[in-house]
Design a binder for this molecule. Structure first.
Ligand code: FES
Length: 300
């Protein structure tokens, strides 16, 4: 199954408030797909090498973008408070500068994450980025005005930037908490599988080197039979965005997700390359005394 086949699947219409209805309407703006495709191509072409995984937050086990965002938002918020206090022009100017400098790595990490998102997420992400670029532009103008001795204009642009950045933050929250961008999609697996062994076939069902999908309770499992005759099993739906691992390739002790190329070690589910920031839940495998292949969720 290709990711693109899921691209335009609309979410069920829910009764929401004005804000959530507006955000869902934004998700449906398919005219954004053209610009998004062009930007995605450019971001994916950046020669980032291993830094790409670092920017996703693979080393952290958590997306890096929301961590980095704290610095510009914190600096700008403090600048806004100082702008309300007479005689605090210099420290406010310093904080506006700190916010601008720290917005750059936050934006780069955000773009790298965004480049792997589904179309409905990418539409919201594009407007999220546009809001943040507008905020950065306003703060750059604010800084320039402060240096030119026009503090009233500097403060006005700063408050304008903060307002737009808040809208950008709202859109980022919708992306993460409503649309599930950046979350671990395999987190629920251990609670969805009943404890104990689940029969999933006989050894002949699992050709060497060929990932095979089976169900254990409610959960799809990918089983890999390695060259040494050992059987391994991981949750089949990728922790990044639910990609079907059984359609991926087995490469040097890992299975590669067919959607965005995350690689998980088959022996323990560790995410050795991103964009997945969480490991894949692992199952113990055994051949029962009756000759059946059985799996059970491995203890953490
Ligand atoms: S779904 Fe994105 S790497 Fe698997």
């Amino acid at each position: 199954m290709r990711l693109t086949t899921l691209a335009a699947t609309p979410q069920s219409k829910t009764k929401g408030n004005v804000l959530t209805n507006a955000l869902e309407a934004l998700e449906g703006q398919d005219w954004l797909d053209g610009p998004a495709a062009a930007v995605r191509k450019a971001v994916r072409a950046l020669p980032l090498g291993r830094a790409r995984d670092a920017l996703h937050g693979v080393w952290l086990g958590h997306p890096l973008h929301p961590v980095l965002v704290q610095l510009p938002m914190g600096a700008w918020t403090c600048a806004g408070i100082l702008d309300l206090i007479p005689g605090q022009g210099r420290p406010a100017r310093l904080l506006v500068s700190v916010g601008l400098a720290s917005a750059v790595p936050a934006a780069v990490a955000g773009w790298v994450d965004w480049s792997e998102q589904r179309p409905r997420q990418a539409r919201v992400g594009l407007i999220h980025a546009a809001a943040n670029i507008t905020a950065v532009t306003a703060y750059a103008g604010s800084l320039a005005a402060r240096f030119r001795g026009r503090p009233v204009l500097g403060r006005a642009l700063g408050f304008g930037g903060m307002t737009v950045a808040t809208v950008g933050g709202l859109l980022g929250g919708h992306l993460a908490y409503r649309q599930g961008a950046g979350v671990n999609h395999a987190e629920a697996v251990p609670v969805l599988v009943e404890p104990g062994w689940h029969r999933i076939g006989i050894p002949q069902d699992f050709p060497v080197g060929e990932p095979v999908r089976r169900m254990a309770d409610e959960v799809a499992v990918v089983v890999i039979h390695d060259d040494d005759g050992r059987l391994y099993a991981l949750a089949d739906r990728c922790s990044h965005m639910d990609g079907p691992l059984h359609e991926g390739k087995v490469l040097e002790g890992c299975i590669e997700c067919p959607w965005h190329g995350s690689q998980f070690r088959i022996s323990d589910g560790e995410n050795v390359t991103g964009p997945a920031i969480a490991p894949q839940p692992r199952f113990d495998c055994r051949i029962s005394p009756e000759g059946h292949v059985e799996v059970r969720i491995a203890r953490a």
